[in-house]
Design a protein. Structure first.
Lengths: 271, 169
């Protein structure tokens, strides 16, 4: 045995027992394949669910983190009061009177209305200082975390100048079906509501040109549970007396803008 | 699509020992050899549907092991490090039994650069031709011939005329 091939074969002639067990190896690989398939399916489902959840708010012009301002004192950034309605500056303004006074007035109305709709344990009052003015959108905006009889979740209220005339019908009824409503009251207020998939929305086009929007959705945000307020409760809320911005008289709607941002489902972008 | 696990098991069981021996000659350590074979088996199983239709599935496994060895040699913790004292040399003389020869040839192979060692193992242990060796290493036949020549020359110089000679193809 004096050549290289023979020496090589001699060197490996008596190998030690192998640590490789083919059956164990194959079983392990089959387990891994199953796990990968499940992980792939779960990832796909998660991406799909995220898309389904994210799409409606994005389409409706929102998308900002909805709970950022819940329970925290709002920073009121009031614009310089514009006393008349003649100089139309677009979506922002004109606002009647003093902004701070308006906030205090609207906050008081909302506190009373919410306290009646969803009483807090021990009769505690809602913090009205969460109501802020968003100058870039020209709306007064408030977020509340609620524990209602139907479920827990969040409520967003926006009060601003109506971007357009009150609609003649509820455009969402085609998709939402019987869970949407449309009503024109005797005083000219137009009320719209939609309840669908763990959320409920309502709007009130007030005769003075104010649009009051309310949007409630359930805590998990998966559009499967119940919102803290029903559509009927939201309708009652938006129709509360005293939420009009123009007590001195009706104003025309704001110039037309992106209608998607003004649908009842609009989630405001927090400033 | 379900894999042909039985076909894979039958194929691998019949060749596992040969793969381990080849891996051992490539790396000089039975534990590392088992790791190399396991890595190759993993790739083989995951691509078994395709590999099983190949003309030479063995070549796929050998190539996997060679890549594993060459990649492992590139790891930072495998790089050459200076030491204060030279390690003892393994006895190079041919011994009366196989154990000595085993130590001898593995020590000699370990002193060679990885690609030259791979060329010697493929050509003189796996009995591959120059062309087959070139195909598995992904280089030209000229490279295989020159690597073989230099590897054998190094072995001859190392053995200093102990009679370890491999016929040049």
């Amino acid at each position: 045995m004096d050549d290289l091939p023979h020496r090589m074969r001699a060197a490996v002639d008596v190998p030690p027992p192998s640590r490789i067990d083919l059956d164990t190896f194959i079983a392990g690989e089959q387990r891994r394949s199953r796990r990968m398939r499940w992980a792939g399916a779960a990832t796909g489902a998660a991406v799909l669910a995220a898309g389904v959840l994210a799409l409606p708010p994005l389409l409706s012009g929102g998308g900002g983190p909805p709970v950022a301002a819940v329970g925290s004192p709002g920073t009121v950034d009031c614009p310089i009061p514009v006393p008349t309605v003649s100089t139309d500056t677009g979506y922002t303004g004109p606002l009647p009177g003093d902004c701070a006074q308006t906030i205090a007035r609207l906050g008081g109305v909302l506190e009373a209305a919410l306290g009646a709709l969803v009483p807090r344990p021990g009769g505690a009052a809602y913090r009205v200082d969460v109501l802020v003015y968003l100058p870039d959108r020209g709306v007064y905006d408030a977020w509340f975390a609620l524990d209602g009889p139907a479920g827990s979740g969040f409520l967003n209220i926006q009060i601003g100048r109506a971007p357009h005339e009150a609609p003649e019908l509820n455009g969402e009824c085609d998709m939402a079906g019987p869970t949407c409503t449309y009503e024109r009251t005797a005083d000219g207020t137009v009320l719209l509501s939609v309840a669908q998939g763990g959320q409920s929305r309502a709007q009130a086009f007030l005769p003075d040109g104010t649009l009051v929007s309310a949007y409630a959705y359930e805590q998990a945000g998966n559009y499967l549970g119940s919102p803290p307020l029903t559509a009927d409760q939201l309708l009652e809320l938006v129709a509360t007396d005293g939420l009009g911005l123009f007590p001195a008289g009706p104003v025309d709607p704001s110039p037309a803008r992106d209608k998607l941002r003004d649908l009842p489902s609009a989630q405001p972008r927090l400033s | 699509m379900a894999k042909d696990a039985d076909g894979f098991r039958e194929f691998a069981a019949g060749r596992l020992d040969a793969w381990r021996r080849t891996a051992y000659l490539l790396c000089g350590d039975w534990h590392a050899a088992d790791d190399m074979v396991s890595a190759a088996l993993t790739g083989l199983y995951r691509h078994w549907d395709r590999v099983s239709r190949m003309e030479h599935p063995d070549a796929y496994v050998r190539t996997s092991m060679l890549r594993a060895m060459l990649n492992e040699r590139r790891r930072p913790w495998r790089r050459e490090r200076p030491v204060e004292f030279l390690p003892e040399r393994v006895a190079t003389g041919p011994g009366p039994d196989g154990v000595d020869q085993h130590l001898d040839v593995t020590a000699l192979l370990a002193e060679l650069p990885a690609r030259r060692r791979a060329v010697l193992v493929l050509r003189f242990f796996c009995d591959l031709s120059v062309e087959e060796t070139a195909a598995e290493l992904g280089c030209s036949t000229g490279t295989v011939k020159s690597q073989t020549f230099r590897a054998l020359e190094a072995l001859r110089a190392r053995l200093q005329g102990t009679g370890l000679v491999a016929e040049e193809a």
